[in-house]
Each structure stands twice: as structure tokens, then as C-alpha cells.
Design a protein around this ligand. Structure first.
Ligand code: FDA
Length: 426
């Protein structure tokens, strides 16, 4: 029966394609369905078009999720060098950037082409522009026929033009598929224009799974109050900082944007941030500013705070930023000589620069977030196979699960690893 498959995977993204090629190599008859008009859209846009496809140093500490142990088994069974070996076999040139991050030399398209070539060599079929309208388990009472555990009703996804064309709409036929194993690889909610949808979460709920609150993550912070105005004026400035909150700290570059704060330091911190919380930024992590100001009060009592900072911080504070900090942090003593500023006030200024306290009003949200944190509760999923504990033959892989990686190739490594361990058993 042509519409019957051993394995149907919903989602032709990173985890879905990796799972497909792994299962296909085992001789399984695999179909991948996607409602988008192209496979791997997020791979194509990742890493500024060069795809940060993995990292040399992958540990469970680089991932967050309610169950911090869940990711360990898959990551240890599919280490990053396995993916690197495939990249090398396909003669894709790549390079290492700071913190072990690996990027393609040329284009993220190389990774998509590699995955599609491997899928095609393994006999995997991929069907795009396909909407999954319904998933049923008609055989749940007849356990002897596990090969047709799931029945899917799909329809052609209409293009924007077709949506306004009633003739095209009436021609849209529905197709039924059946399969033994159903893999949900629909990713998260970020960048809806790239095909993100909530289908994976809906299917999880249909089969009784618990969802953990989802939120945009690896995402810039926004500010609406007066701080927002000041930050906007600094747009384009970048400097290395330590960004922290009560749970974590990252020493990485910060970027001021016309919407607020971005750059690797902020994206990483966003994984650990909840709405309403403060963040702290050490703008000069290698210099104790309080000690510097107090020492200069003794040695150069006639100097101003801004002069000390401009002359003794190795040009680490761009002039525009220094002026903005002055407006925010020591406006009332900006023209006062150090000798006439109390030690306590200098301490406050030093602490503010080494620990600038800010309260973001929010984040840029799913529109620009790299990932979705939260998702399908991993307590109800086997960490060895990604199979549901509630429904035989149902699997969840990739970002739809409550596993979120740091910036640096970790989210793709999770997609490959979870796709691999699932592809080995479906
Ligand atoms: P992924 O999103 O890859 O695939 C999901 C697939 O499911 C899509 O093809 C989608 O069309 C399909 N789908 C969704 N709903 C459907 C429905 N209702 N019916 C049918 N199909 C449906 N990570 C990293 O490690 N290094 C990096 O450099 C980057 N860079 C980066 C940049 C940007 C801009 C973004 C948005 C994200 C990244 N990421 C990243 C994160 C990374 O892209 C992401 O974590 C993985 O692609 C997740 O893989 P999945 O397979 O889970 O979902």
C-alpha cells in the first residue's frame, strides 16, 4: 500500500531529517511531511547563513530544561564528532570560531544538501506543502496490527495566491497515510514566517502529554522606559561584558540596538531570564572601578569621574556610552572634582559600572528568537529513544521537547542527537 510507511516524521527540519536518514539507513520505509515549501528553513538562516552546526565542547550544562538529566543519554550516544565526520565525508569546508563553535566556510545550504543527499541515499521520501489535519490511532484496540498504529489525514497547503482562488481550493484533495511509528519533529514557535507552528504541542496534548510553559529564548531584550531611549541612542556599540542574574553569568560581547540590548551576552542570558526580573551587566569586568576612582581621588583629586574612566580603561568604554552612563549614573556630580565627591558616592558609581542593574520590559519575542524554551515535558518521554511513555510508537525530537541549548551550535547538536537515537529505534 503506497500510503503506508513504517515511519512518518512530521517536520523536515534539523531533527526530522536526521531521524529520517538514520531510520532509512536501517531499511525502514520513511516519509517526512512538512507544510513549508522548502526543507530546513531554519538551518538555512542559521549562523548568519553559515550554520553553526555543532560545537567541539558539548556537555549537559549547555542545556536547560526542567529535567536537566534528560539530554545526557542522547548527547553521549551521538557526540558532536559524529556529525563532524559526516560533514567531512561530504567535503564541506568548515571552521572553528571562539568557544568551539563550528561554522560552514561557505553556506548553510551545504548542510541542507548533505542531509537531503543522505535521506535520498537511504530511500527517504519527503513531501512538502503538506498540512497534517488529523492524527488518529484507530488500532489502539487491536494491538496485533501495530504496523498501522497511526492514521494521518493531510491536505495540500495552499499558497497565498491559491487561498484566494476558490477553484484551487475546491481541487485540494486530502490524503490518508498510515504508519507504525510517528515522529513529531515540528520544532518550536520562533520565527513563524519560517514555518514554525504549534502542531507538535497540540499533538502532544492530544496524546495526554503535559506541556511546560513555552517562551521565546536566545532573544534580545527590549526596554520601554527612559533607559530604552538612552540605549537606542547607543545603537551599534558593542563591548565585552559579564552579563548575569541570580542564576548564571556569561562573559561575552554586548550589542546596543535600536530596540534594546542584544549580542551573545544578552541572548545567552535570555535563556535564564523570567519576565519582570532584573539583569546585571558588568561593563568593565577586568577593572575594579570603585578602587580606580578612590585611588584617583588621592592621586589626582582635581579630575572628574569621566576623565578617570576615559583615561584608565584602555578605551574599553566608547565615548558615547561614557556620556550616557554619566547621564544615568552620576549626573549631579558630573562637573565635580573627585576630591569633593564622597567616597560612598564614588563607591556607588563604581558598583553601578561593574554591576549595572537593568530591568528589561520584555524580549523581542518569537519574531526574532532563535529558540523556544519549554515544551513537551521530558518526564513523559524516554531519554534513550525519545518515545512517549503514554503512547506506543509516538516520538518527540528536537526543539519541541523541553530541551533548550545555549547559543553556539548546541541546539543543532540536540536536534541531530535526538533525531539519531530516535531514528535508531523507529
Ligand atoms: P526545525 O525548526 O528545524 O524544524 C521544524 C520543521 O517542522 C520545519 O521544517 C517546519 O516547517 C515543520 N513544521 C512546523 N509545523 C508544522 C506543521 N504544522 N506541519 C508540518 N510541518 C511543520 N541553532 C544552532 O545550533 N546553531 C545556529 O547557528 C542556530 N542559528 C539559528 C538562527 C535562527 C535565526 C534561528 C531561528 C534558529 C537558530 N538555531 C541555531 C536554532 C535551530 O535552528 C533550532 O534549534 C533547530 O532547527 C531545531 O530543530 P528542529 O528539527 O526541532 O526544528
Amino acid at each position: 500500500m503506497s500510503n503506508h510507511f513504517d515511519v512518518i516524521i512530521i517536520g523536515a527540519g534539523a531533527s526530522g531529517l536526521y531521524c529520517a536518514l538514520t531510520a532509512g539507513r536501517r531499511g525502514r520505509r520513511v516519509l517526512v511531511l512538512d507544510h513549508a515549501n522548502k526543507v530546513g528553513k531554519k538551518i538555512l538562516m542559521s549562523g548568519g547563513g553559515r550554520c553553526n552546526f555543532t560545537n567541539y565542547f558539548v556537555e549537559s550544562e549547555h542545556f536547560i530544561g526542567a529535567n536537566e538529566h534528560f539530554c545526557k543519554s542522547a548527547l553521549s550516544r551521538y557526540p558532536s564528532w559524529e556529525f563532524i565526520a559526516m560533514v567531512e565525508q561530504h567535503k564541506i569546508a568548515y571552521h572553528e570560531r571562539e568557544h568551539g563553535q563550528l561554522f560552514c566556510d561557505d553556506s548553510a545550504q551545504d548542510i541542507v544538501t548533505m542531509l537531503l543527499d543522505e535521506c535520498s541515499a537511504a530511500g527517504v521520501q519527503v513531501k512538502l506543502n503538506t498540512q497534517v489535519d488529523q492524527v488518529k490511532t484507530p488500532n489502539s484496540d487491536h494491538r496485533q496490527d501495530v504496523s498501522k498504529r497511526f492514521q494521518l489525514l493531510t491536505s495540500k497547503k495552499l499558497s497565498k495566491k491559491e487561498l484566494h482562488d476558490t477553484a484551487a481550493q475546491s481541487k485540494t484533495s486530502q490524503t490518508n497515510y498510515s504508519c507504525e511509528s510517528l515522529v513529531v519533529a515540528t520544532g518550536g514557535l520562533s520565527i513563524p514566517t519560517m514555518g514554525a507552528s504549534g502542531l507538535g504541542y497540540e499533538l502532544a496534548q492530544q496524546f495526554g502529554h503535559q506541556l511546560l510553559t513555552t517562551d521565546a529564548s536566545l532573544v534580545p531584550f527590549t526596554f520601554t522606559d527612559r533607559t530604552g531611549e538612552i540605549l537606542r541612542a547607543l545603537s551599534g556599540i558593542s563591548l565585552p561584558v559579564v552579563a548575569s542574574n541570580t542564576r548564571t553569568a556569561f562573559k561575552l560581547p554586548l550589542l546596543f540596538t535600536h530596540r534594546g540590548l542584544s549580542g551573545p551576552a544578552m541572548l545567552q542570558l535570555s535563556n535564564y531570564w523570567q519576565t519582570g526580573e532584573m539583569i546585571e551587566i558588568n561593563l568593565l569586568p577586568d577593572i575594579d572601578i570603585t578602587a580606580l576612582l578612590l585611588a584617583h581621588k588621592k592621586s589626582h583629586p582635581k579630575q572628574l569621574v569621566r576623565t578617570v574612566l576615559a583615561e584608565n580603561t584602555d578605551n574599553q568604554l566608547p565615548k558615547k556610552l561614557l556620556v550616557a552612563l554619566q547621564t544615568m549614573l552620576w549626573e549631579e556630580v558630573k562637573e565635580t572634582e573627585l576630591a569633593n565627591i564622597k567616597d560612598e558616592r564614588l563607591q556607588e558609581i563604581g558598583s553601578a559600572i561593574n554591576g549595572w542593574q537593568l530591568k528589561p520590559s520584555g524580549t523581542e519575542g518569537y519574531r526574532t528568537a532563535e529558540v523556544t524554551r519549554g515544551g513537551v515535558n521530558t518526564d513523559e518521554i524516554s531519554s534513550k529513544t525519545m518515545q512517549s511513555n503514554l503512547q506506543d510508537g509516538l516520538y518527540f525530537i528536537g526543539e519541541v521537547l523541553d530541551v533548550t541549548g545555549w547559543l553556539g551550535g548546541y541546539n543543532f547538536q540536540w536536534a541531530w542527537a535526538s533525531g539519531f537515537v530516535c531514528g535508531e529505534v523507529v
